[in-house]
Design a protein around this ligand. Structure first.
Ligand code: ADP
Ligand code: ADP
Length: 229
């Protein structure tokens, strides 16, 4: 069985008389250690899928499994623990605490988890050793996103989920962030899933899942570096 299994997952929103199918029979799997990119137009259902995978939202039907555990069967207490211990999140906006330094922001996250990685170690991993005593306002957008990634990694999560992490960055800075996420995946064997609407970034993914109108319309695996040699 694959590390992540979505089977016929649906998510409906009732808006008055109208029922919106944000996810409409979504089926895909992800292997452990893969670097996965989810692409698709605005409103396609990408965030809905990522939020259900991260336990931030529940599905209306179907099943979601991670590492053999049935996430879609969790009650709210189990979901809270799952979000806290098993999943790291990165968003478009960095949501850093402004009056704490980069190091303190990462340490804050470590405090709530069971087996945190040392804050200085993850800041080194994202290339911010020189900047760890700076406050967010003293850092560029790309650097602030690196702090946010370090903060997510400090939890030592099974899964790193990133929703448009490059959305607020210029192309070059965004590309570097994607590269960093890929490196993290390669170097630590962590499974990383990234939503982006920038097609150009999908070339570096192991797996590209294309979503449109709540459905998976295409899934493509790129040759792994090992098999390409
Ligand atoms: P994407 O991330 O691809 O832009 P979303 O997953 O955010 O798409 O949204 C998919 C669809 O579900 C859209 O039509 C959106 O308007 C709808 N939707 C998302 N969240 C809600 C909500 N809380 N209530 C009602 N409709 C929602
Ligand atoms: P980017 O090209 O990523 O947007 P900037 O041009 O904003 O980067 O910043 C370039 C460098 O200057 C970065 O290393 C950043 O940390 C530093 N920097 C930006 N603003 C400040 C500040 N207010 N105080 C100290 N360093 C800063």
């Amino acid at each position: 069985m694959a590390f992540v299994e979505f089977k016929d997952v649906t998510k409906y929103y009732q808006m008055g008389e109208v029922r919106i199918a944000a996810a409409d029979g979504v089926t895909f799997s992800i292997e452990k250690g893969e670097f996965v990119i989810i692409v698709g137009p605005s409103g396609a259902g990408k965030t809905t899928v990522l939020n259900m995978l991260g336990g931030m939202d529940t599905c209306s039907g179907g099943s979601i499994e991670l590492d053999g555990a049935l996430i879609s069967g969790y009650n709210s207490r189990q979901l809270t623990a799952y979000r806290r211990y098993d999943v790291g999140f990165v968003f478009q906006f960095y949501n850093l605490v402004q009056n704490l330094t980069a190091l303190e922001n990462v340490e804050l996250a470590s405090e709530i988890c069971r087996e945190p990685l040392p804050a200085e170690e993850v800041l080194r991993e994202v290339g911010l050793t020189e900047r760890m005593n700076n406050f967010p306002a003293q850092l560029s957008g790309g650097e602030q996103q690196r702090v946010a990634i370090a903060r997510a990694l400090a939890k030592n999560p099974k899964l790193l989920l990133c929703d448009e992490p490059t959305g607020a960055l210029d192309y070059k800075t965004g590309k570097n962030i994607l590269q960093l996420l890929q490196d993290t995946c390669r170097n630590t064997g962590r499974t990383v899933v990234v939503i982006t609407h920038n097609q150009a970034f999908s070339a570096i993914a192991d797996r590209v899942i294309r979503i449109n109108s709540g459905k998976v319309v295409d899934m493509r695996c790129n040759p792994s570096p090992a098999s390409a040699q």
